[in-house]
Design a protein around this ligand. Structure first.
Ligand code: HEM
Ligand code: PLO
Length: 489
C-alpha cells in the first residue's frame, strides 16, 4: 500500500515471456480488444509492452482524471522508434514530451490559427473556395461511381496548405500525388504499436514497415524543406502570410532579442523544431478532417433517411439561392448532431496519443509509477453501453434535445478531441471544415451507392487514425444544382 487512499497498481494482464502480452492481443483491432479485456480485468488495468508498463483506461471518470484533473502530471509522451523517426526525436508538438519548447510551439500555432479567423483571407473564405471547387469537380465527374477520397483530400489539403504555406494544389499536381502517397505510408506505419516500438532493438533487423516509413518521411522532409527555403527567401517582418511565417518570425525574434523567454536556454527554436511543427499541423490537418468526411459520407450512404433529413433542414434554413456559411451553424442542429454522432461512433484517434506519467501518482484508487504510459481508450468511452443506448447504432438524434430543436451532449463519456493540456489544437478548424464541406455537398448532391456496388464497410482500419476502407459513391446533383459555377466548366 503506497498511501491510505490507494491500493497498489491496477490489475495486470499476465506477462507472457518475451513478446509479452502483445502477440495474444492480435486477433481484434487494439481498441476493440482493449475494450473487451475490461470484462476480465476491470475498467482500468495494466499490461507490459516490452519493458514498459502501459495502463489502459476505459471509463470516462478515470479518463477525465488523467486528462483534466491531473492533466499536467499525465502530459508526457513516450519516445518510440517510429515517432522519433517522423519527428526528429520529438521536435514537433503531438509526439513531443512535456517541455517549455513544446508549450512554446503550441502557443505559436494556437496564435497563428486564431489569427486566421479574421481578415480577407479568413478561414471561412478559404474553406468555401475549396468547397466550391470540390462541388464543381463532383459535378464534372457526372453521377458515375466515384471514389471521393482523392478529391475530399485535395479540398482539405488545400485549406491546411493555405494556412501553413499560403499555397494550394491543382488537380493532378505531382507534388499533391506524392503527398498522398507518403502520407498514407506514414499513417500505415507510424505509432501503431508495431513490434519495433515495443522492442527498439528490433531495429537492427530488416523490417518492411520501418523501411517504408523511412522512405515516406524522406519524401515529406524534402517537401517541408522546399517550403521552408521558399519562405526564408521572401520573408518580411511586416507581413505574416501563414503559419510558416509566424514560426520564422518567432525564430528570428528569438535570435535578435536576448531578453525574451526563448533565450533563457529552456526553449529551442531550431530549424528542426520549426519544420517538424509545421509538418505536424500539415499532417494532422490533412489526415484527420479527410478521415471524418469519409466516415460521414459512408454513414450517410448507409442511412439515406439521415441524409434526407439534413437536406430538408438545409432546404428550409439555407434554401437554394445561396451557399451555407458558418453563421448557419446554429440553425442547422440536425447536421451538427450528425457530425457529433460521426465523431462518436468512429473516433479519429480511438486511443488518443499515449500519455506518460511525469511523476509517481494515481488514477482512482490505483497507484501509478512515474514513466508509466497511459492509453485512454476513447473507443470504449464512446461505445460504453451504460452511457449510450445501442452504442453501435448510428443515431444523430441522440445529440438532440427532446423537442428535436436544439443540441445536447447526452453523456460525459464523449471526448472526440481529447481534453486538457494535450487537447487537440485543431478542434475549431476541423469543425468549421466538416460543417462547411458537408453542408455544401449535401445542399447540392444526393449521395448513394452505385448500382451493383456493395455498401461501404463501416469496420475501419486501425492506425494512428482510424480510416474507413475505400468505397464508391454516386453524387447525383439535386434539382437546381445541375450547372457548374466555375467559368472553366
Ligand atoms: C491532438 C482529435 C483535427 C492538430 C489530438 C488528439 C485527438 C485529436 C484525440 C489527442 C489528444 C490527446 O493525446 O490527449 C482530432 C480530431 C480531429 C482533429 C477528431 C478532426 C475532426 C486536427 C487538426 C489539426 C490537429 C485539423 C491541425 C490543425 C492536433 C495536434 C495535436 C492533436 C497538433 C497534438 C496536441 C499535443 O499533443 O499537444 N487531436 N484532431 N487536429 N491534434 Fe487533433
Ligand atoms: C498523419 C500522416 C502525416 O504524413 C504525418 C502526421 C503528422 C501528425 C499526426 C498525423 C500524421 C496523424 C494524426 C495525428 C497527427 C498529430 C495529432 C493527430 C496523430 C501521422 C491526432 C489525431 O492525434
Amino acid at each position: 500500500r503506497s498511501s491510505p487512499a490507494t491500493r497498489g497498481g491496477p490489475p495486470r494482464l499476465p506477462a507472457l515471456p518475451i513478446i509479452g502480452s502483445l502477440l495474444s492481443l492480435r486477433s481484434d483491432q487494439p481498441h476493440i480488444l482493449f475494450q473487451k479485456l475490461q470484462q476480465k480485468y476491470g475498467q482500468t488495468y495494466s499490461l507490459m509492452m516490452g519493458s514498459h508498463t502501459v495502463i489502459l483506461v476505459n471509463h470516462h471518470h478515470h479518463a477525465k482524471e488523467v486528462l483534466l484533473k491531473k492533466g499536467k502530471i499525465f502530459a508526457g509522451r513516450p519516445r518510440t522508434v517510429t515517432t522519433d523517426l517522423l519527428t526528429r526525436d520529438g521536435k514537433d508538438i503531438a509526439f513531443a514530451d512535456y517541455s517549455a519548447t513544446w508549450r512554446f510551439h503550441r502557443k505559436i500555432v494556437h496564435g497563428a490559427l486564431c489569427m486566421f479567423g479574421e481578415g480577407s483571407a479568413s478561414i471561412e473564405k478559404i474553406i468555401c473556395r475549396e468547397a466550391l471547387a470540390l462541388s464543381d469537380t463532383l459535378l464534372e465527374s457526372g453521377s458515375v461511381s466515384l471514389d471521393m477520397s482523392p478529391e475530399l483530400t485535395r479540398a482539405v489539403t488545400n485549406v491546411v496548405c493555405s494556412l501553413c504555406f499560403n499555397s494550394s494544389y491543382r488537380r493532378g499536381d505531382p507534388e499533391f500525388e506524392a503527398m498522398l502517397q507518403y502520407s498514407q505510408g506514414i499513417v500505415d506505419t507510424v505509432a501503431k504499436d508495431s513490434l519495433v516500438d515495443i522492442f527498439p532493438w528490433l531495429q537492427i533487423f530488416p523490417n518492411a514497415d520501418l523501411r517504408l516509413l523511412k522512405q515516406c518521411v524522406a519524401v515529406r522532409d524534402q517537401l517541408l524543406q522546399n517550403k521552408y527555403e521558399e519562405h526564408k527567401a521572401d520573408y518580411s517582418d511586416h507581413v505574416q502570410r501563414d503559419l510558416l511565417d509566424a514560426l520564422l518570425r518567432a525564430k528570428r525574434s528569438a535570435e535578435n532579442n536576448n531578453t525574451t523567454e526563448i533565450t533563457t536556454e529552456t526553449v529551442s527554436l531550431t530549424e528542426d523544431h520549426l519544420l517538424m511543427t509545421v509538418g505536424d499541423i500539415f499532417g494532422a490537418g490533412v489526415e484527420t478532417t479527410t478521415t471524418v468526411l469519409k466516415w460521414a459520407v459512408a454513414y450517410l450512404i448507409q442511412h439515406p433517411e439521415v441524409q434526407r433529413r439534413i437536406q430538408e433542414e438545409l432546404d428550409c434554413v439555407v434554401g437554394g439561392d445561396r451557399s451555407p456559411q458558418l453563421s448557419d451553424r446554429g440553425s442547422l442542429p440536425y447536421l451538427e448532431a450528425t457530425i457529433r454522432e460521426v465523431l462518436r461512433i468512429r473516433p479519429v484517434a480511438p486511443l488518443l496519443i499515449p500519455h506518460v506519467a511525469q511523476t509517481d501518482t494515481s488514477i482512482g484508487e490505483f497507484t501509478v509509477r512515474k514513466g508509466s504510459r497511459v492509453i485512454i481508450n476513447l473507443w470504449a468511452l464512446h461505445h460504453d453501453e451504460k452511457e449510450w443506448k445501442n452504442p453501435d447504432l448510428f443515431d444523430p438524434g441522440r445529440f438532440l434535445n427532446e423537442e428535436g430543436t436544439g443540441l445536447c451532449i447526452p453523456s460525459p463519456s464523449y471526448l472526440p478531441f481529447g481534453a486538457g493540456v494535450r487537447v487537440c489544437l485543431g478542434e475549431s478548424l476541423a469543425k468549421m471544415e466538416i460543417f462547411l464541406f458537408l453542408s455544401w455537398i449535401l445542399q447540392r448532391f444526393k449521395l448513394s451507392v452505385p448500382t451493383g456496388q456493395p455498401l461501404p464497410s463501416l469496420e475501419g482500419k486501425f492506425g494512428v487514425v482510424l480510416q474507413p476502407v475505400k468505397y464508391k459513391v454516386n453524387a447525383t446533383p439535386r434539382a437546381g444544382w445541375e450547372k457548374c459555377h466555375i467559368a472553366s466548366c
